[in-house]
Design a protein around this ligand. Sequence first.
Ligand code: ADP
Length: 398
Amino acid sequence: MSLRRVLEEVVRPFLSSTNTSDIEAKIQGFENSLRAMGAAVPSIASQLEVDDLKDIGLPAPVRKVLAGKIREDCLTGASSVVGADPHTNLRPASFDQVIGHGPFKTLLLRAIIASRQEGKAMRHILLTGPRGLGKTTLALAIAHERGAPIRLLTGAQLARPQDITSQVLSWSAGDIIFIDEIHGMSKAAQETLYSVMEDRRLPVTEQRRGGRVQTSVPAPDVTIIGATTNPSKLLPPFLNRFGIKHQLAFYSKEEMGQIGQRSCRLLGFTLEEEGLGQLIAHSRDNPRTLNEFLIQLSDLAKSSSRDKMTSQDVTELLALNDYEGGLSRHERTYLETLHQLGGSAGLTTLAQALDMEVTEVEQSVEPWLVRTGRIRKTARGRQINPPTPSSLEVPTHG
Ligand code: ADP
């Protein structure tokens, strides 16, 4: 845990913006006070609240960001001890390792070079598409290629305009701000952010003698990369602030093969071609699903001290994950329920039968059934399609 790093990130930009003198000594003073109150001790740091810092001599919005960053820093440190998200290790670190997206990568590279030459932040980017297709992966690769620091946030963390205010205070010019599930921001928060994006001004309310006054303060020149599964929830003017938009498509079997081979290499085992083909056929052209299977296979490889995995291992793994005839348990239950209800039903009824949230059914159960023609969405609800040869067959690799 580095209190100094957090202070440099949060407090130095604030002190500079207020033309404070002797910044170095002030930061040292803040560090000493934080240490004295135990903020370097993980069990205290992980619980730190804005009020715990009230005697430190900083305004409330800065204290709020500072407390949040200390907590975050403490948790990030802990996660590297207990084991980080396994997907982190499989994410391509650079642009050339990102599989697919050929034309989009060309456009991005041009935008990156242009922004470097102009010495400005890149235009804002919006990535749309289902979960697991590589939105976070692309954002990290863009930051790597541009050589810019990236901050990872979610729309839920920026739900209210005041969340934007406290975040913007901690941003520096040139930063890339990745906002996952950006549609989680309220309309008011979207309005605040688009003023930062367009005019580089942060709207603030000031208490003056005559009452509250709406004004604005300068905001840093940053690039926002938004990711969403649901762009229809974004306000049209907010959408328009994104100069580069990309709808991520499902990957081809060849691209899935390359992603799978790369992941096997990184996870330290080999897999028979037929086995990889089987996993790809059950991954719905989605790299995250494929990597989840491969991480489970790597558990088997490690626990049985092997480094050569077979199609037999894959067949057993799919059975353990409750796949039958190429379908997951949820997909089978969905179809059975629809069948029992006479071939058509509303989404809510189906979600109840599956004991799942409606959005979860829409995002993780229906897409494959729609894509393989097993069901169709109509104005009156969901309808089962008569089985066709293609919907009966279990897809195979290639
Ligand atoms: P999203 O942000 O869209 O939910 P992620 O970026 O988290 O998706 O990707 C999910 C997983 O798939 C990660 O393990 C990542 O390594 C892998 N992945 C996604 N897209 C690609 C790609 N184009 N090339 C290589 N691996 C990818």
